[in-house]
Design a protein around this ligand. Structure first.
Ligand SMILES: [Cu+2]
Length: 146
């Protein structure tokens, strides 16, 4: 009982510090998670909400992570009942609006993980915006949308 409580407290603390750093850069990140995949998977998908709290448009150009060989911005689009993924070079977030990266829409395509990632693990990704802004985000690995 004591152990699980301290784990929960630790999670809350690490979550709030990530929130705080993101707020400094005027991009509020929430619901950041990575979908767990089979061990053989060469790509994983990352999802989150990005709220632009600044008075200017912010343009997401890409991302990088020490845990993956490369990271790309993708968009899933349905055409004639088939789902395709398109590479998206950039996404603009208007002032006050929120960009949702969700299953079936925009996502981070996390390619060639350097280690096996399981439910409960954490992944750090650096989001790169136009103008040099870099926002660090911690994503929780989860089987389902948390
Ligand atoms: Cu993709």
């Amino acid at each position: 009982m004591k152990l699980s409580l301290s784990i929960i407290l630790g999670l809350i603390l690490s979550f709030s510090s990530a929130q705080m750093r993101a707020a400094d850069s005027k991009i509020n990140v929430s619901h950041a998670w990575v979908q767990e995949a089979p061990p053989s998977a060469e790509v994983l998908a990352g999802y989150m909400s990005l709220q632009n709290q600044s008075s200017q448009a912010q343009t997401l150009l890409g991302a990088r992570s020490a845990d993956f060989k490369s990271v790309m911005l993708h968009q899933t689009v349905s055409k004639g009942g088939m789902a395709h993924m398109n590479h998206t070079p950039q996404i603009e977030i208007k002032p006050g609006s929120t960009l949702q990266l969700t299953p079936g829409g925009y996502h981070l395509m996390l390619m060639n993980p350097k280690k096996r990632l399981k439910q409960g693990d954490q992944v750090e990704v650096l989001l790169e915006f136009e103008g040099g802004l870099v926002v660090p985000v911690k994503l929780k690995v989860s089987k389902e949308q948390p």
